[in-house]
Design a protein around this ligand. Structure first.
Ligand SMILES: O=C(O)c1ccccc1N[C@@H]1O[C@H](COP(=O)(O)O)[C@@H](O)[C@H]1O
Length: 210
């Protein structure tokens, strides 16, 4: 099994970005969605990005943002990847000439395969829990049996992951990457370096014992 990549999303403080990098994560996520407790301004995002060492991917998360906000973020913050979490069309997501991943909220066994067709130019598909009233960051898991075993796009598993369940998630789903936000926090938007380290350790241990 290839090493499962790890993304820590919803970073709001420079020290949390540094702690994530030191723990060995592959990517961090910055939330440009004003409705989120993890929302960052462009100025905050610039500072967080500047605090990161090389070779840590920076992902910008958007929820039904205007084209101009995405363009402004791209012009001011060196984002490696865009992550679309709202109702954006495939044309919108592709319109920036920048690599992007598509989040889907999984509520049955057909959602991921359908999204792989609709969003076939995505660099990866992020599978998150479904919620009636929220676009993500719910802290809830979903039924991993709904995920197809054969995939056309790299699968990033998200939704309610924690140091306690990520080992089982990796063993069962075998995703390309895992993505966590609330599961490594001490309060919304405040990451715990201890929980980040535990999360990374659990993923690593899963590989060693598999
Ligand atoms: O984190 C948020 O507040 C958020 C708001 C709107 C869309 C997505 C959001 N977060 C992303 O949701 C998944 C799962 O998060 P969790 O681990 O269950 O807390 C992850 O990609 C978050 O970055």
């Amino acid at each position: 099994m290839p090493r499962t990549r790890i993304k820590i999303c919803g970073i709001t403080r420079e020290e949390d970005a540094v702690a994530a990098a030191q723990a060995g994560v592959d990517a961090i996520g910055l939330v440009f969605h004003p409705g989120s407790p993890r929302h960052v301004t462009l100025e905050q995002a610039q500072r967080i990005r500047a605090a990161l060492p090389p070779f840590v991917t920076t992902v910008g998360l958007f929820v039904n943002a205007s084209e101009s906000l995405v363009r402004e973020a791209l012009s001011k913050v060196p984002l490696d990847l865009l992550q679309f979490h709202g109702d954006e069309s495939a044309e919108f997501c592709s319109g920036f000439g920048h690599p992007w991943i598509r989040a889907v909220r999984v509520r049955d066994s057909r959602v991921v395969a359908a999204a792989e067709s609709t969003y076939d130019r995505a660099f990866g598909l992020l599978a998150d829990a479904y919620s009636e009233d929220r676009y993500g960051g719910t802290g809830k898991t979903f039924n991993w049996d709904w995920l197809p075993e054969t995939r056309k796009l790299p699968l990033i598993l998200a939704g309610g992951l924690t140091p306690d369940n990520v080992g089982e998630a990796v063993r069962r789903v075998r995703p390309w990457a895992v993505d966590v936000s609330g599961g490594v926090e001490s309060a919304p938007g405040i990451k715990s370096s201890q929980r980040i380290n535990e999360f990374v350790r659990e993923v690593t241990l899963t590989h060693e014992t598999d």
